[in-house]
Design a protein around this ligand. Structure first.
Ligand SMILES: NC(=O)c1ccc[n+]([C@@H]2O[C@H](COP(=O)([O-])OP(=O)(O)OC[C@H]3O[C@@H](n4cnc5c(N)ncnc54)[C@H](O)[C@@H]3O)[C@@H](O)[C@H]2O)c1
Length: 347
């Protein structure tokens, strides 16, 4: 067997190591750290290469590639979305990602991103809510209590000081799972029998359901003035969660308009429907929340820069630790032009 050289090796973070890393840092601390990395990259928005993700749709789901670069590092994520999967014992969303050095083109990190995506999605939601939600928000309705729901709840606690989560899922077992997982977290959980009950007294309404269709999780008459809506589950063509009337009454904030207009809640609206880009709010160039009566809506679809931030964070955290191992991923012939010779000598 040939011993690979240093140049052949790429740090790899397995699911097991990711879980150990998260426990080592602490879930809430990691959510705060990720929110800081994502906010920093939103502040550098203009220098990134940006493209809507490349999506391959089928009747049952979608497989997507999400690339971006800041000129020094390049990152991409592979991610799927298959709402029918949980009934077959599989995840709706799985992901892995890679970070590379732009100067050499060599990968510098390969990592699981199923868990990391849940963390980065929640960290993004809470970072955005920090800018848009009513000051002093302490209660959130969490509609859709699947894989993302605990992460969403804990990020709002860690970053906004949320105290109470009102849970609703069409499958009560999902709400019971979520409440059990959050027991001991310091969050009060209330399992509700309807979405109407879940939004009672909540300043933040999070929709995080999975269904491969245009659903109406929130109807227009359910949403009163002054709330912040964190709409996570509508993230594909033909997959939305909010009644159109809510969008007409809200100020809508998005990550990257060319992607959100195809995938987000605003796919229901005309192409010139007014939206505000979040990076401009974060930089103070555009207004966020300006009144107590305003409905702010984060039409989240998930953008490549959030994954890039998460990859940067993991690279920084696993450096010089035992939370990764080296993969023999890159062929490294003694003479860079003698790839065939390397193959022949291995025979
Ligand atoms: N915006 C983003 O960045 C981002 C990131 C990750 C996931 N997502 C999306 O978030 C959604 C949730 O992901 P997940 O991994 O938690 O999925 P999941 O399948 O684990 O959970 C979804 C939950 O929604 C519930 N549900 C479905 N229809 C409902 C309805 N009409 N009313 C109430 N509950 C309903 C299901 O019973 C299930 O418990 C997916 O649509 C996914 O594509 C978005």
């Amino acid at each position: 067997m040939n011993t690979p050289s240093e140049k052949a090796l790429v740090p790899f973070v397995s699911v097991d190591n990711m879980m150990r890393l998260i426990h080592h840092i602490g879930v809430e601390q990691m959510l705060r750290d990720l929110a800081d990395y994502i906010e920093d990259d939103f502040k550098r928005w203009e220098l990134f290469d940006k493209t809507p993700r490349v999506a391959s749709h089928s009747d049952v789901g979608v497989i997507e590639l999400m690339p971006t670069s800041d000129g020094e590092a390049y990152g991409f994520k592979y991610v799927n979305g298959h709402p029918k999967n949980t009934a077959e014992g599989l995840q709706t969303v799985t992901a892995f990602g890679l970070l590379a050095d732009v100067y050499t083109g060599y990968p510098v990190l390969l990592t699981e991103m199923t868990i990391l995506t849940a963390l980065r999605t929640a960290a993004t939601s809470a970072m955005v809510a920090k800018h848009l939600a009513p000051k002093g928000s302490d209660t959130m309705a969490m509609i859709g209590n699947g894989a993302q729901s605990e992460f969403q709840s804990l990020a709002m606690k860690a970053i906004l000081g949320l105290k109470t989560v009102r849970l609703y899922d069409k499958d009560r077992a999902a709400s019971e799972k979520c409440a059990a997982n959050l027991a001991g977290s310091g969050l009060e959980t209330v399992i509700c029998a309807s979405p109407e009950e879940a939004i009672e007294g909540a300043q933040i309404l999070t929709t995080c359901t999975a269904d491969k269709q245009c659903a109406t999780i929130l109807t227009d008459n359910m949403v009163g003035s002054g709330v912040h809506i964190n709409a996570i589950g509508g993230d594909c063509p033909g997959k939305t969660e909010l009644a159109k009337g809510i969008l007409e009454r809200s100020d809508v904030f998005v990550e990257f308009p060319p992607q959100t207009r195809v995938e987000g809640e605003i796919q229901q609206m005309d192409d010139d429907f007014a939206v505000t880009e979040l990076w401009q709010v974060i930089l103070g160039q555009k207004d966020g929340r300006t009144s107590d009566r305003q409905i702010t809506l984060f039409d989240s679809v998930g953008f490549a820069i959030e994954d890039f931030s998460a990859l940067r964070y993991v690279r920084d955290k696993v450096r010089d630790t035992e939370f990764h191992y080296d993969l023999d991923l890159l062929a490294d012939p003694d003479d860079p032009r003698d790839l065939f010779g390397m193959l022949q000598r291995a025979g």
